[in-house]
Design a protein around this ligand. Structure first.
Ligand code: 3H9
Length: 702
């Protein structure tokens, strides 16, 4: 199959890149383009050249798989293509639909002209893969769009729509009719005009504000904490201002090459492919017909119910939210209105759109109001009897075929499905993360009996809500919370052994976590774990290592942020954690209680003892089959637990440390403490022995 087709239309050579699914610049594409340009220039009848993409879009950039393997030696490169355009005596016009991204946009920028359809987008998303653009994007874009707009686009990686691209000067014309026809007419006119055709490289870069680069660095310092690529992007654009075009290109190439090899870039490329893999469910046909989900119900208007209701409204699905008591229902609706109003006031939502979304929400105090809903999400409190009671009532109310999901974070959903045996095929879990309208992660918990079409429909729904749905099997805490128990548990044990909450949280924050584990415990509320320990029998079990200090704090009414005191002190109206000297006393009492000699714990030990349980339990989850692939586990931690994206998730990160040294440490801590979360995973041992990583286990795609 030809990756680039050559045709003549009205004296214009049309080069069509046809490399499904996204016309990436894989081997064969650059060669095809270079040959097409040469052929067009040899043909005296041809007056101009149009470059266009077949299928869904123009060109999605370099083929990302080739950053991890060598480019074929004999093959033309992207710079050969750019040179062939710039050297072409006949004008080259890029005709853009769908998307021109990364190398795709860079290619278009080296054409003489660019035309676009109004629904298309252009962008330089390379920073999201851990490197700056490497084929002139950082040098040409500022020359066309100005330094400020180019800097915004390149550092954020976010694309802009066609009209905005035209206003910025990135494209010459928005074509409202057929793209190919319009592009051919445009190209023919330029070709016959006899004018000299412009090259972006010859434009001047204008800099009005010399502080712009420092301001940008300051602006991104929180978001880009620990990362190299966003700063590398700024350096490249600075070079466009400070150097000649030729020097700038050399500088960009140098910085690009340095970044492609970093662990940051490898991690971010891993995340790119992980997100695409997560949509594939082994054993389930991608084309399984979906159930129409045109109306929804949510049971419970508490914190989670409110967020889930907003997700439906955001996705444009009419939703009825049910809460038994009018006062609680009113409070829930008022919270939704307040949340939307806050987004409107920040300019991120129009008042009209807020009104439209509020109009999709119907409050009710009667469960019977859900009888016509296609999907119903139960979001009542986390107790099995309460959940089963709701499902029993829904069994008699919901229409046949309605999908029933439970927003549980720990409970056995198989048991819930079994409790309404006639509907087993349509029951599953949807574990949203708080705040449910904000957090991107959605664990879709696959019961043993759920029908494939129901599962696929709920995964689609999650994506429609803007979530990243990850399939988990039914085990206690599913993927994320099951792993979290080891992470938080080990952090609290270390406080009993003599580390301060501040030291532990600092080590994990410096590692890149959004918050340290003890600040997270305070935010989530210490009373939740306390209630669970009491329900599980209290007494001895409740006093096991890791629970002692939390129990004392709860007995003192110190539940964390909500009471102004937990592992830290919080001043009213301020969420900043302040050290609490009393924790030291409690920690000494705990050490005495367990007969532990307190000691100074090194930062390295803290890092290992927080992170390695995540790796060990994650691997157990994988070997037990509750996660479909290691990269799904990474995505859960990246999108629900504040794990730094540039480390690629706990299992990918473990591979960068070396699974043999992780396994050795797990064995060592297991002998020292005997805690469940240190019981070495057989799969971890196996991969370590064989010198493999989790990517090998997933099939080595990245
Ligand atoms: C670059 O250009 C560097 C240059 O500056 C300089 C170089 C010297 N390569 O996302 P989808 C696959 S870096 C290889 O589900 P959508 C993807 O894995 C590049 N494969 O579709 C998936 O495969 P599978 C800068 C790619 O419609 C399939 O295509 N460009 C590439 O939801 C469908 O993908 C980018 O970062 C690629 N470049 O979204 C753009 N792109 O079916 C990256 C996609 O086996 N791409 N695949 O799972 C995207 O953002 C989206 O794919 C796009 C379409 C918006 C284009």
């Amino acid at each position: 199959m030809n990756l680039v087709n050559y045709e003549i239309s009205d004296r214009v050579a049309v080069l069509t890149v046809d490399n499904p699914p996204v016309n990436a610049l894989s081997p064969g594409v650059p060669k095809g383009i270079v040959e097409g340009v040469a052929q067009a220039n040899k043909d005296d009848d041809v007056v101009a050249i149009v470059l266009i993409g077949a299928g869904r879009g123009f060109i999605a950039g370099a083929d990302i798989r080739f950053f991890s393997k060598p480019w074929p030696e004999a093959e033309e490169s992207l710079s050969d293509v750019l040179k062939s355009f710039e050297d072409s005596p006949k004008p080259v016009v890029a005709a853009i639909h769908g998307h021109a991204l990364g190398g795709g946009l860079e290619l278009a920028l080296s054409c003489h002209y660019r035309v676009i359809v109004s629904m298309a987008k252009v962008g330089q998303p390379e920073v999201k893969l851990g490197f700056p653009p490497g084929a002139g994007g950082t040098q040409r874009l500022p020359r066309l769009a100005g330094v400020e707009a180019a800097l915004d686009m390149i550092v954020s990686g976010d694309p802009v729509m066609a009209e905005r691209a035209r206003d910025l000067g990135i494209v010459d014309q928005v074509i409202k009719t057929d793209l190919l026809e319009g592009a051919v007419a445009f190209a023919a006119e330029k070709g016959l005009s006899g004018i000299a055709h412009p090259l972006v490289r010859n434009l001047e870069v204008k800099l009005d504000d010399p502080d712009i680069f420092d301001r940008k660095r300051d602006q991104i310092k929180h978001r880009a904490r620990g990362m190299r690529a966003p700063y590398a992007c700024i350096e490249c654009v600075e070079a466009a201002v400070a150097m000649s075009f030729e020097e700038g290109i050399v500088r960009e190439r140098e910085i690009f090459k340095n970044c492609v090899g970093t662990t940051e870039s490898r991690a971010m490329r891993h995340v790119f492919f992980a997100e695409r893999a997560a949509a594939k469910i082994s054993g389930v046909d991608r084309d399984t017909p979906r159930r129409p989900l045109a109306s929804a119900g949510v049971v419970g208007a508490g914190t989670m119910g409110v967020g889930i209701t907003m997700n439906f409204a955001n996705a444009g699905i009419p939703v009825t939210v049910v809460e038994q008591h009018t006062e609680a229902l009113d409070h829930g609706i008022a919270t939704i209105a307040k949340n939307y109003a806050a987004t409107v006031s920040k300019g991120r939502l129009s008042q009209a759109e807020m009104d439209r979304r509020m109009g999709l929400i119907t409050p009710s105090t009667r469960l019977e109001a859900l009888e016509q809903a296609d999907i119903i999400v139960e979001a009542v409190y986390e107790e099995m009897p309460a959940k089963k009671e709701v499902f029993a009532r829904l069994d008699s109310i919901a229409k046949q075929g309605a999908i029933l999901t439970s927003n549980t974070s720990y409970l056995n959903i198989n048991e819930i499905a079994d409790s309404i045996a006639g509907r087993k095929g349509t029951v599953l879990g949807t574990h949203f993360f708080s705040p449910a309208n904000v957090m991107r992660l959605l664990e879709v918990v696959r019961t043993d009996t759920v029908d494939d079409d129901v599962l696929m429909s709920v995964l689609d729904l999650g994506r429609k809500m803007g979530k990243l749905p990850i399939v988990s099997g039914v085990c206690h805490g599913f993927i994320g919370n099951r792993m979290l128990e080891g992470y938080l548990g080990e952090a609290t044990i270390m406080v009993e052994e003599g580390a301060t909450p501040q030291q532990i949280d600092r080590v994990m924050y410096d590692f890149g976590m959004a918050m340290g584990p003890l600040a997270v415990a305070d935010l989530a509320g210490l009373d939740i774990g306390w209630a669970k320990r009491k329900a599980a029998g209290g007494g001895q079990a409740a006093e096991k290592p890791g629970a002692f200090i939390a129990n004392r704090l709860c007995e003192l009414g110190r539940y964390g942020q909500k009471t102004g005191r937990g592992y830290y002190i919080y001043e009213s109206g301020n969420r900043a954690p302040m050290p609490d000297p009393e924790i030291e006393n409690l920690s000494r009492q705990a050490a005495e209680h367990f007969g532990v000699k307190q000691r100074t714990i090194s930062d390295q030990e803290i890092l290992e003892r927080c992170m390695y349980p995540l790796v060990n339990i994650g691997t157990v989850i994988l070997e037990e089959g509750f996660a479909l692939r290691a990269s799904d586990i990474d995505l859960v931690y990246l999108n629900g637990y504040g794990f730094p994206v540039w480390r690629g998730g706990p299992l990918h990160w473990a591979g960068t440390i070396g699974l043999d040294s992780v396994a050795e440490a797990v064995r060592r801590y297991s002998q020292q403490t005997g805690s469940d979360h240190w019981k070495p995973s057989a799969l971890l041992e196996e991969l370590a022995r064989e010198g493999k990583t989790f990517e090998d286990w997933d099939g080595g795609k990245t």
